[in-house]
Design a binder for this molecule. Structure first.
Ligand code: NAD
Length: 361
């Protein structure tokens, strides 16, 4: 039997890391029928949009996809394709493991965190009104009419919706993961001391759900700024983290930094209709097409995909091969070398080839 999976190479370094990942997955022997769809910068050239409808349809139909990063121009142009995909397919759970791999330049070795970031709400919904527009003026008037605090008339305004439904499903997802995988504690991260209603909704929902799991999984809540410091000083204190969208984005990069950088941090976006796997890192345009960057994050995202498909044995073999190549430290990309200018660093393709060879051993 073969699995049909939508393949979205993306842009920037996306095509480099995605083709490296594809070679490794094919080398596991799991039969995958890759359905490639163009998204990002090349799709703008070809179809006039970075997210053509056929790409979304393909993910909807196949229910499983893996993608490379896609550039989002800052402050202008198209909306983030990544955010759009998550919203259109209601991929509400962003799952990002941060686990130490021997051989990396990790700040800490005792890190094994699972991060669950809410993916559809919060300031990331993109409900924003630019300062000086009639729409912003209307929103400011409406808010000033009901709030004691007055927004300045020239302000740009963003809206932060946090619903009970949105909070409940991601928090439950984190608890269910903890139960299934024998994890000891869920830490809910918030700033409800300041944002009493938005973050407050997330916190109160978490406290309510935690009661259902009492005696099986411990629960605590931690204020986000304190969490940043705690994670840097004693990451071993934490296990499963559940966060709203913006904090989840920031904290997952922080955790990627703790275990050796963006080059090795995988991720998944899961909903009831589809699952989309992708590295945490972005499109690093300055390295595009240079066969230079680390393919590990995308290959480990494929490990998560294989697990999702029920191919646990292949997933374990692929993860072991990645770990073996990194532990050896020879055939690895520049970012995994002690000196980033080490001339013995290999390219993206060569590191993937070393992983494929390990798989065959
Ligand atoms: P980035 O992750 O692209 O790059 C930051 C730095 O991290 C790079 O300069 C590089 O030094 C390092 N890095 C990233 N990936 C690496 C890899 N595989 N191997 C080795 N080093 C690696 O972040 P950025 O520069 O802030 O963003 C660039 C673009 O990517 C932006 O347009 C941003 O919006 C977009 N982005 C997309 C996604 C996504 O597609 N899911 C995620 C984050 C950022």
């Amino acid at each position: 039997m073969s699995y049909r999976v939508t393949l979205l190479p993306g842009d920037g370094i996306g095509p480099d890391v995605v083709s490296a990942m594809r070679a490794c997955v094919d080398a596991t022997g799991v039969a995958i029928d890759w359905e490639e769809q163009i998204v990002g910068a090349p799709a703008i050239v070809k179809f006039g949009t970075p997210l053509p409808p056929q790409a979304i349809e393909s993910v909807r139909k196949n229910r499983v996809a893996i993608k490379g990063p896609i550039e989002t121009p800052v402050g202008k142009g198209f909306r983030s394709v990544n955010v759009q995909l998550r919203q259109e397919l209601d991929l509400y759970a962003c799952v990002r493991p941060a686990k130490y791999i021997p051989g990396t330049k990790a700040v800490h070795q005792n890190v094994d965190l699972m991060i669950f970031r809410e993916n559809t709400e919060d300031l990331y919904m993109g409900i924003e009104f630019d300062g000086g527009t009639p729409e912003a003026a209307q929103v400011i008037d409406a808010v000033n009419g009901v709030s004691e605090k007055k927004i300045r008339p020239d302000a740009a305004v963003g809206i932060k919706p946090i619903s009970v439904l949105g909070s409940e499903r991601i928090i439950r997802y984190a608890f269910e993961y903890a139960v299934r995988n024998g994890r000891r504690k869920v830490s809910l991260v918030h700033k409800a001391n300041i944002m009493k209603f938005t973050d407050g909704t997330f916190l109160h929902t978490g406290r309510r759900i935690a009661e259902e799991y009492a005696g099986r999984v411990a629960f605590e809540d931690v204020i986000v700024d304190n969490m940043c410091m705690q994670l840097v000083q004693r990451p071993d204190h934490y296990d499963v983290l559940v966060l709203t969208n913006l904090y989840g984005d920031i904290i997952s990069d922080l955790c990627a930094g703790l275990v050796g950088g963006l080059g090795i941090a995988p991720g998944a976006n899961i909903g009831s209709q589809a699952a989309l796997f992708e590295p945490v890192h972005g499109s690093a345009p300055k390295y595009a097409g240079l066969n230079k960057v680390n393919p590990t994050a995308t290959i480990l995202s494929a490990v998560m995909m294989l697990e999702h498909l029920g191919e646990r044995e292949a997933a374990q073999r692929l993860e072991a091969a990645v770990r073996a190549v990194i532990r050896d430290g020879k055939e690895v990309t520049y970012d995994l070398k002690a000196d980033r200018n080490d001339p013995t660093a290999v390219g993206t393709k060569e590191m993937a080839a070393a992983i494929c060879r390990r798989l065959r051993v």
